[in-house]
Design a protein around this ligand. Structure first.
Ligand code: ATR
Length: 294
């Protein structure tokens, strides 16, 4: 429970009715003995008034979720460089005159890789998909020193636009290649194009609940090229994509830790405290049970 002196935080989005964030932040605050309240704030329209109103009401911080991660950037006092680079903000921290925006989705992903000993530096990376999640992954792997990046997408123009947008905002120098994902269903083309082993990020929604038996159309030869596989999906905890990799003895990581780590990083920004590994583990169990995951 929290007192009348509690720090107040919340999540702005539309809808927020299924958000796991209130459960996560209640659990962490209780375990850490922090006087912090965290509330769901469904905002149907007028995001500007919502953000300014939260500041006037004395909120310590906020999470921002779909559909407002880009729009919220117009209503902030300051924006962290990484969040500017990705062009999306998911966490607000109270400053003197307004909120500062951060992107802990990216930090959460980076932390999950570190926790699972998946090293990006000097490694070749493949990104499957070119939506919002792919954008954060692309920025992160470039920031973490990948030696080469391949993006495969159905819509090649969309993937090229992603690369161009990032090139405008950053000065990363590794080669970034874009190709049609249809190539990855053809054994000879895979063998011709991909001669090394790669860390692969599955960023599309293919295989997500309820379509849990779906998987991107990837030839078996593709799986042989994978050094470690990451799927941003967490419903189910193991997608068909990850299951195929695990059966080959490849290291795999699902989206759940990223989800939890982005929340923990936000909590740490609001409180200036560090969440212990033990509490992180407990939080993971709490969220698995909250989401009814297996
Ligand atoms: P998010 O913002 O959460 O990443 P998104 O913008 O809908 O979600 O992006 C989903 C990605 O998955 C897109 O790159 C999409 O490919 P297109 O850009 O070609 O539409 C990709 N995707 C979705 N369904 C797919 C499918 N059946 N086969 C291949 N790619 C698919």
């Amino acid at each position: 429970m929290f007192s009348a002196k509690a720090k107040v935080c919340g999540v702005i989005g539309n809808p927020v009715g299924h958000s796991m964030s209130p459960t996560l932040h209640r659990y962490i605050s209780e375990q850490m003995g922090e006087d912090l309240a965290y509330v769901p704030l469904g905002v149907k329209e007028d995001l500007e008034s919502a953000v300014k109103g939260a500041f006037a009401l004395g909120f310590t911080g906020m999470n921002v979720t779909i559909p407002y991660k880009q729009e919220v950037m117009h209503y902030l006092e300051e924006i962290d460089d990484t969040a500017k680079g990705i062009g999306a903000v998911n966490t607000l921290v109270r400053m003197d005159k307004g909120f500062k925006g951060y992107n802990t989705d990216l930090g959460g992903l980076s932390l999950s890789l570190k926790d699972n000993a998946i090293e990006i530096r000097d490694k070749k990376v493949i990104i499957l998909g070119a939506g919002g999640a792919a954008k954060a992954v692309l920025y992160m792997v470039c920031q973490d020193g990948a030696s080469e990046v391949h993006i495969f997408n159905r819509n090649v123009d969309k993937a090229n636009a992603l690369v161009e947008e990032m090139a405008k905002k950053t000065d990363f120098s590794m080669p970034i290649y874009v190709d049609d994902i249809a190539i990855l269903s053809q054994k000879d083309r895979i063998q011709h194009l991909l001669r090394d082993r790669y860390i692969v990020f599955q960023t599309s929604s293919v295989g997500m609940y309820p379509n849990v038996s779906d998987c991107l159309n990837l030839d078996e030869a593709f799986y042989d090229r994978v050094d470690a596989g990451v799927d941003i999906i967490y419903t189910p905890l193991e997608t068909v994509f990850l299951s195929k990799l695990r059966q080959r003895g490849v290291k795999t990581l699902n989206g759940l830790e990223m989800l939890i780590n982005q929340g923990i990083l936000a909590w740490e920004l609001w409180t200036g405290r560090k969440v212990s590994e033990e509490i992180k583990k407990g939080a993971k169990e709490e969220i698995i049970s909250f989401l009814g995951l297996k």
